[in-house]
Design a binder for this molecule. Structure first.
Ligand SMILES: O=c1ccn([C@H]2C[C@H](O)[C@@H](COP(=O)(O)OP(=O)(O)OP(=O)(O)O)O2)c(=O)[nH]1
Length: 179
């Protein structure tokens, strides 16, 4: 089941959902309108799943930053969101899709028990200028079914994520160039 906007507001008031900073006017019928954070990492060259990705870091100026087709950009949500009770689905929205922007690459799920500023894997289909703290998509909350589970308790790779993080899949690949 997906939470309605009023249900998201009520769950936040009850302490079951954290959205920081929060702005009630960003609620829509079934989601919260999240924003693009200020920082961006531009991934360098070819990527290798067995090696930590190297990136060039930048801050998106108030005058905007042009995303180009081709490079993979790692961005971050402006909001820190999380819930011990609900799972989350982070996506773009109609406005962002119509600008040819992918806000993540095949990674929409936020686990229960994981409160973070999300890492975004951003791609552009055509050159497009983006601005810090612009609305970048919709965040939905889902009522899970089954025994209680928490990402935090499982101590998975991104448990202690602080802002933008590169893929840590290299930790799983035997003989990889792990640091
Ligand atoms: O684009 C995304 C997708 C997910 N997450 C966060 C939320 C989620 O709770 C966590 C783990 O996501 P996922 O389960 O997809 O990670 P994984 O690649 O399977 O790694 P792990 O082994 O840690 O589960 O990462 C992001 O920051 N950005």
């Amino acid at each position: 089941m997906i939470l309605t906007g009023p249900a998201i507001a009520a769950a936040r008031a009850a302490g079951d959902i954290a959205i920081d900073p929060y702005d009630a006017s960003r609620l829509s019928p079934n989601a919260y309108d999240w924003r693009l954070g200020d920082d961006l990492r531009i991934c360098d060259g070819d990527l290798d799943a067995a090696t930590p990705t190297t990136c060039t870091e930048t801050t998106i100026p108030r005058t905007g930053f042009v995303l180009e087709p081709g490079p993979l950009y790692l961005g971050v949500t402006y909001e820190k969101t999380g819930s011990e009770v609900y799972a989350q689905l982070l996506n773009g929205n109609r406005n962002i899709g119509a600008l040819g922007i992918w806000v993540h690459v095949s990674a929409p799920l936020g686990h229960q028990g994981h409160a973070i500023r999300w890492t975004l894997e951003i791609r552009a289909s055509t050159p497009v200028r983006v601005y810090p703290r612009m609305t970048f998509g919709k965040l939905a909350f889902l009522q899970p079914l089954g025994a209680t589970a928490s990402y935090q308790q499982h101590g998975l790779k991104y448990t202690n994520s602080q802002g933008i993080e590169v893929s840590r899949l290299y930790e799983e690949i035997p003989g990889s160039g792990r640091p």
